[in-house]
Design a protein around this ligand. Structure first.
Ligand code: SAJ
Length: 440
């Protein structure tokens, strides 16, 4: 049911006079702010980290997907303003919340960033405002946590005085084919009017908006997307363990299966599951279901298998050295690639950190190289990426390819190394049945 507040906000959106605020200027928030600016909307970016604010206001970018020149252009045009001052929200008509949703040490969801952002926003919530939460989280968060706090503090009625929706982020940092602008965007509101107004807002700036009937549907869609991925990676990781027992080359098996033109989707095994989405989002879902007395067994099992892969990779390294009468202890092991996936500089949840920690615990003399990551400090150890890569490859007792950056000259590495454990099939066919190569 439309009221004057609804039509007033809709008119501001249609005239593009609605003032936008983006809370949280990370790899999701900054590209989202930029795409709203490109649509001609005036955007205030708010983040508590002063360095980020200064970078933006000085026309620089710290986010892979947003060139500094674009930030400079938007700031110079007065379309993008950045501040640490949350009171800027009092002038906003449309607010996107793009804050992290990590896990606590206990493995439980850490909703502190969403709570903090909501508490910062609540005092400034006013009639005619639309709020969209983008952070990946369990179904029910928007309604149970964000809505209740906003209503409690403001006394306003959702769907009539203000509008609230959830829209999962689908940013894949470094990707150029699918961007914030052209990736379809699911949006679900607390009420039909919330869905309608949030979809109208996002449709000003994004190519495709997909309205759904509730915030829970939108929250759950995101978790399905990433749980699907995590479980299928767990499946091929278990396949790698099975093939190891069977003495069958798992990479050849997967290549053969992938020739099926329908009904199959290729995933590849590895030394573990990294990143800030895939290992984490599914655990938000299983955590929520446990509170409803349901055990999400697929997620638990896949998580167990994925978490064990660093140890499986260690076993491969240990066995390969053993075959050459070299104990792991005091052997020189060079780890190639430590980012959580190829061709990026992100270490978050990287399995390389687990593999290196296990190698150090076993007394191996560990070094690493990564063209994107010059230094690592993790738990009680710290390392620097080696300088002369090929000299280190030559002297290492074992080279362990953990992240298959495309920058590496794999034929040269194969020719130079004494022994290679290839956990990513980086060497391809050249590494199959090669006397110097052990594959996962
Ligand atoms: N991995 C495997 N085998 C695979 C695929 C991935 O072991 O077959 C490992 C990677 O090495 C990495 C981890 O899983 O350690 C996650 O890799 P990812 O390719 O899923 O990359 P992410 O974590 O950056 O996932 C993002 C997600 N995007 C969003 O959540 C918006 C995911 O939904 C995308 O599908 C993925 O990018 C993508 O396709 O690149």
């Amino acid at each position: 049911m439309e009221n004057s507040i609804f039509t007033g906000l809709m008119t501001k959106l249609e005239k593009r006079t609605a003032r936008v605020a983006v809370l949280g200027l990370g790899y999701v928030g900054l590209p989202l702010a930029a795409v709203f600016c490109e649509a001609g909307l005036q955007v205030t970016g708010i983040d508590p980290v002063e360095e980020k604010i200064n970078e933006i206001n000085n026309g620089h970018s710290y986010v892979l997907d947003i060139p500094g020149a674009q930030v400079e252009k938007l700031v110079k045009k007065g379309l993008l303003i950045a501040t640490t001052d949350f009171s800027a929200l009092k002038d906003a008509d449309a607010v996107s919340i793009c804050v992290p949703t990590p896990l606590r040490k206990t493995g439980d969801p850490d909703l502190s960033f969403i709570v903090s952002a909501t508490e910062s926003l609540a005092p400034y919530l006013h009639p005619g405002m639309v709020v969209v939460l983008e952070s990946s989280t369990y179904p029910g968060t928007t309604r149970e946590l964000v809505l209740s706090k906003l209503c409690e503090v403001s006394g306003l009625e959702v769907g009539k005085d203000f509008f609230l929706a959830f829209s999962p982020e689908r940013v894949d940092p470094g990707r150029t084919d699918w961007t914030t602008y052209n990736t379809p965007k699911v949006i679900g509101g607390i009420t039909p009017a919330c869905t309608q107004i949030a979809a109208a807002w996002y449709s000003l700036a994004l190519q495709t908006v997909v309205p759904v009937t509730s915030t829970e549907v939108a929250e759950m869609a995101k978790l399905l997307e990433n749980t699907f991925r995590m479980i299928n990676i767990g499946l091929v990781n278990e396949l790698a363990i099975m093939c190891d027992r069977l003495g069958v080359d798992v990479w050849e098996v997967i290549e053969a299966a992938a020739t099926k033109p329908f009904g199959f989707m290729k995933f590849t095994p590895g030394p573990g599951l990294g990143g800030h989405c895939i290992p984490i989002d599914p655990l938000y879902l299983s955590w929520k279901l446990r509170s409803l007395n349901y055990n999400a067994r697929f997620i638990e099992l896949a998580s167990e298998i994925n978490t064990n892969m660093p140890r499986f990779a260690l076993g491969k390294i240990q066995d390969a050295l053993n075959e050459r009468s070299k104990p792991l202890k005091n052997s020189r092991v060079l780890v190639l690639g430590v980012a959580y996936k190829p061709d990026i500089d992100d270490l978050r949840e990287s399995p390389a950190l687990d593999v290196i920690g296990l190698l150090i615990k076993k007394g191996a003399r560990v070094s690493y190289h990564d063209p994107y990551i010059p230094t690592i400090s993790h738990d009680e150890w710290a390392l620097e990426s080696v300088d002369s890569l090929m000299a280190e490859v030559k002297t290492a007792d074992c080279v362990a390819i953990i992240t298959n950056h495309s920058a590496y000259d794999y034929p040269a590495i194969l020719a130079t190394a004494n022994l290679i454990v290839d956990t990513r099939n980086a060497l391809g066919k050249a590494g199959q049945n090669h006397p110097k190569v052990v594959r996962l």
